[in-house]
Design a protein around this ligand. Structure first.
Ligand SMILES: N[C@@H](CCC(=O)N[C@@H](CS)C(=O)NCC(=O)O)C(=O)O
Length: 334
């Protein structure tokens, strides 16, 4: 009996080693990789996920630039399964993350690099999303960075960007969404993810569930800090909009900075926490700015048209849990 169990674990170990060698995963340098050649049908091809914050940013950008492109939807565990860890996708991005923008077969990694690249290579006729003046470009870059999701551990860098506050603000929504995901799919992440802490967090969310989330101390701490830092970033944005007196971050010119912020507001909508930060007397300039962003055609094309049923169900489940448990609602209010 003991020998059979030993043999079973030995064979599992062998199978894991064999498969891991075919799913090689490692971090990649941001930017264009001319040395990599991937198959392509159109000049621009986008590997993305409906729910992913960074994918939304690139879709909005391509919509603003009127760039026709090929589309490859890649599932993440939140929407169904770890397709981002499949052999095929790791061939496109060994880091196992979306989005990946591919230009004539060459991948560009990191969404803030992708939007800059697209704005620079989309042809003369496209609307300009980058100013001429170098000081203004620098200012734009600061606001792009302040909305970016950066590094392998964004939660450790919430003070540097509103984008890094997003995973924490999304924890309750993740927890509601993961209720529908079978455990064995999360196990794929435990076996093959480059950043094992990510599937571990999903497994913890799955075990604890949305109803008991407020009893999970580390999660509570992360949510509270995310709310606190997000308020700091939004206050800075309120001040910026007041100073420049314009409708967009750079004043009258719509730029990559605005493309980067629209997704932050959209995630607040999905995670049912927009009213913690905006509306009523709260940050009136940012509230009006958010509404202007949502009214643009690029929001409909890049975000609304990609609404995913798993996200809709997750938001509804979260709203229901908050209705039943006022303490959960209070936690999410910061
Ligand atoms: N800094 C990267 C972030 C990439 C990233 O972490 N993407 C997330 C979705 S927004 C992802 O692919 N997560 C899948 C996973 O880690 O399993 C970028 O801006 O492109």
């Amino acid at each position: 009996m003991i020998e059979s169990i030993g043999l079973f674990f030995f064979l599992c170990g062998m199978a894991w080693c064999w498969e891991s060698r075919r799913r090689k995963t490692f971090s990649v340098r941001p930017g264009l990789h001319e040395e990599i050649d991937l198959p392509f049908d159109q000049d621009f091809e986008l590997y993305h996920n409906d729910f992913s914050l960074c994918s939304k940013k690139v879709r909005v950008c391509l919509a603003e630039l009127n760039v026709d492109h090929g589309s490859h939807h890649i599932d993440l565990i939140e929407t169904r399964s770890y397709e981002n860890l499949s052999r095929e996708f790791l061939n496109v991005n060994p880091a196992g993350t979306v989005p990946v923008l591919v230009h004539r077969g060459h991948p560009i990694y990191e969404s803030h690099e992708q939007i800059r690249y697209a704005a620079d290579h989309c042809g003369e006729e496209a609307p300009r999303l980058v100013p001429e003046n170098s000081d203004t470009v620098e200012e734009m870059n600061l606001w792009v960075e302040r909305a970016s999701l950066t590094g392998d551990d964004p939660i450790a860098a919430m003070a540097t960007s509103a984008g890094n506050c997003i995973p924490g603000l999304t924890l309750p929504l993740f927890s509601a969404m993961v209720e529908k995901i079978p455990v064995h799919r999360i196990l794929t992440g435990l076996l093959f993810h480059r950043l094992r802490v990510r599937p571990i967090i999903f497994l913890a969310m799955k075990i604890v569930g949305i109803r008991r989330l407020r009893h999970l101390k580390p999660a509570v701490g992360v949510i509270r800090n995310s709310v606190r830092y997000m308020k700091v970033h939004l206050d800075a944005l309120e001040l910026k909009l007041e100073e420049n007196g314009g409708v967009w971050i750079l004043g009258d010119m719509f730029s990559l900075a605005d493309v980067s912020w629209v997704v932050i507001f959209d995630r607040m909508r999905e995670a049912d926490c927009a009213d913690v930060f905006l509306g009523g007397d709260l940050r009136p300039r940012v509230t009006a700015y958010r509404d202007r962003l949502f009214a643009r055609a690029s929001y409909a094309k890049g975000i609304w048209n990609h609404e995913h049923p798993a996200v809709r169900r997750g938001t509804e489940r979260l709203q229901e849990a908050k209705r039943i448990d006022p303490q959960l609602r209070a936690l999410l209010a910061g």
